[in-house]
Design a protein around this ligand. Sequence first.
Ligand code: NCD
Length: 307
Amino acid sequence: MLKGRGLIGPDDLSVEELEWLFDLTARIKDDAGYLRQSCRGRLLASLFFEPSTRTRLSFEAAMLRLGGSVLGFAEPGSSSVSKGESLADTIRVVSSYSDVIVMRNPKEGSALLASRYSTVPIINAGDGGHHHPTQTLTDLVTIKHLRGDFSRLTIGFCGDLKFGRTVHSLAAALSRYANVKMVFVSPDELRIPEYITYGILKKNNIEYAETDRLEKVINDLDVLYMTRVQRERFLNEEEYIRLKDSYILTTDLMKRARNKMIVLHPLPRVNEISVEVDDDPRAAYFKQAEYGMYIRMALLAAILGVV
Ligand code: NCD
């Protein structure tokens, strides 16, 4: 279904294609033997120009579990980028060595640019503060599995909504489902960009609200999506220090939330969820990270055309 396709932005996959991918993910998760060795002899190039734990390792684990191989780098200092090579040249060459490329890069738009020079599919693993579509697949499949579907869902996004690319991608992807409501909780300085609210949500008639008070809205939510303040995107360290602890989800605050609310976080967590919350059955962020590997297996198998 997705053979030969790349994934650059959150709406590159249709709602029908997403459903198909979720079903495939469930099958992979439930049957440890399914698709193992299906990508034998295929190569994934993993180009990480920015730090990563989950995204990089879950892609690598996914490819290895499918029987394929992985080559690449985890920091640009060890590649010819440090000698001044352009992204276009790097991509032209790496695409001649591999069958699919997963790339994370600090520049917004870099994945789209790479896709213009690549002869193999490009998967965007994060382009600056812009988008992170495979985290969105992870978030969606987690919500789907824990909640059943996306209808009448009220989701709260809390933290750094300005620079948080996972928020931008998830809000855009969810805007295609009916009866979804969004509540954006952030300090004024870190509000959700207008290209999401005016550009996407209003166009799709999605009901949304903005506030700076988590405690006022937490009881309205089915899903609370917490995020880290994105230190690396600030121009001014003092501003980061002033804003970094704007929200901390505590067990006290969780008492105000619904019994069935789920807490997601793309991770890494810094301070924004206190560790005591981990024991709350509503905390789903570690399960979410595990789903990330299964859905990346599904995505790679689909792009490589083995399913
Ligand atoms: C996120 C990212 O890289 O945008 N992490 C991830 O991929 N799981 C979130 C973050 O770094 O805060």
